[in-house]
Design a binder for this molecule. Structure first.
Ligand code: F6P
Length: 374
């Protein structure tokens, strides 16, 4: 898709005001995106408003003018300096009306939405409302979610850091697992999407990786795990003679980690006396921490294209990183702009596992499992 897509309004000129917000779950690298967008906008003579706590701040008119000094150096910090919130009011008609009023009061000509599915859905609602009401607000998004479930973008801000955090955590768990000859089930975030478990599982040499897209029934899943654990502890040549087993489980897998543990203790202990299984849910640990260099760079480059798209008058789009298809932006050869409708439809498919992207991920994992004999 070219840089001149979807509802185009007049380009912004010096003195116009743009807002930046980071709604929904924070992701490492959001600050690098805020920094880049603010600096590029300021260089064009625009006034930049940081909107606090996502759509909540928009509804409450809770904003702060951002100058260069406000964003200097923030790219190295995790979380979001703007704050975030999951704002239910924004999903209602009254909320939409209030948001439009605030847009006028604040003199906003453009809004950059940095976030995941819910945040971008909010961005689309805002751009549609404005267009329908004769408003001219330009809304462009940047994908940011550790889950890597935003459609059309091969990577979202925060994913690389989250994968590295998980691998570092599993490496530590492996030390204690080996010392005690234990089996560990490590559950990682990702909501419905198994990407983090898949990628971090491979990188941390997990013995089993459990992800929802595989479509296992509970008995199938338990049988697979049981089979791998039995084989792992059996002495060679029948088994691998291992001293520990690592199971990485995606949050979206509906079988609880504790149920898997109980099953293993019951089913495998007769053959492996003393078998001990522990569960470790990494939870929000995975969302924090300083962003990796990769996340900082991807964030800055996506934000660059998005803010330039806003300044050129575009609305209702999202900047995507190295998409499988789509015409790349003239502002960056690795970034393409997609209609938010297209992005959100594909996001739904990634989340329910019907996307080609999800199927390719499953294929890749099955290939790895086949090589490892799992
Ligand atoms: O979408 C990011 C994410 O961290 C998911 O991986 C997780 O399921 C969810 O947000 C947790 O949300 P909350 O921080 O509201 O508990």
């Amino acid at each position: 898709m070219s840089d001149a897509v979807q509802g185009t309004n007049r380009p912004l000129t010096a003195g116009d005001t743009v807002g930046i917000l980071t709604p929904g779950g924070d992701a490492p690298g959001m600050n690098a995106a805020v920094r880049a967008a603010a600096k590029i906008a300021l260089a064009q003579g625009l006034t930049v408003l940081g909107i606090r706590h996502g759509y909540k701040g928009l509804l409450d008119g809770d904003v702060a003018v951002l100058e260069h000094r406000d964003v200097d150096g923030i790219g190295r910090y995790g979380g979001t300096v703007l704050g975030s919130a999951r704002e239910l009011r924004f999903k209602t008609a009254a909320g939409h009306e209030l948001a439009q009023r605030r847009v006028k009061e604040l003199g906003l000509e453009g809004v950059l939405v940095i976030g995941g599915d819910g945040s971008l859905t909010g961005g689309r609602a805002l751009s549609r409302l404005e267009a329908a009401g004769g408003g001219r607000l330009r809304v462009v998004g940047v994908p940011a979610s550790i889950d890597n479930d935003v459609g059309c973008s091969s990577l979202a801000i925060g994913v690389d850091t989250a994968v590295n955090t998980i691998v570092a955590a599993i490496d530590k768990i492996a030390d204690t697992a080996r010392a005690h000859e234990r089996t560990f089930i490590v559950e990682v975030m990702g909501r419905d999407c198994g990407y983090l478990a898949m990628v971090a599982g491979i990188a941390s040499s997990a013995d089993v990786i459990l992800y929802r897209e595989r479509g296992y029934s509970q008995p199938e899943l338990l049988a697979q795990v049981e089979g791998v654990v039995r084989k792992a502890y059996r002495p060679p040549p029948a088994g691998a003679g291992k001293r520990m087993v690592l199971i990485v489980k995606a949050e979206g897998v509906s079988v609880p980690a504790e149920a898997i543990k109980e099953h293993l203790d019951l089913a495998v202990r007769p053959e492996v006396p003393g078998l001990e299984t522990r569960v470790c849910v990494l939870g929000h640990l995975v969302r924090g921490g300083a962003p990796s260099a990769m996340d900082r760079l991807v964030a800055a480059r996506l934000a660059n294209v998005a803010i330039r798209a806003i300044a050129s008058g575009q609305t209702g789009t999202m900047a995507a990183w190295r998409p499988p298809e789509g015409e790349r932006s003239a502002w960056d050869p690795d970034v393409a702009l997609f209609d938010l409708d297209v992005v959100l439809e594909e996001t739904a498919r990634v989340r329910d596992g019907t996307s080609l992207v999800s199927q390719k991920r499953v294929q890749l994992l099955s290939g790895v499992e086949a090589v490892l004999g799992l």
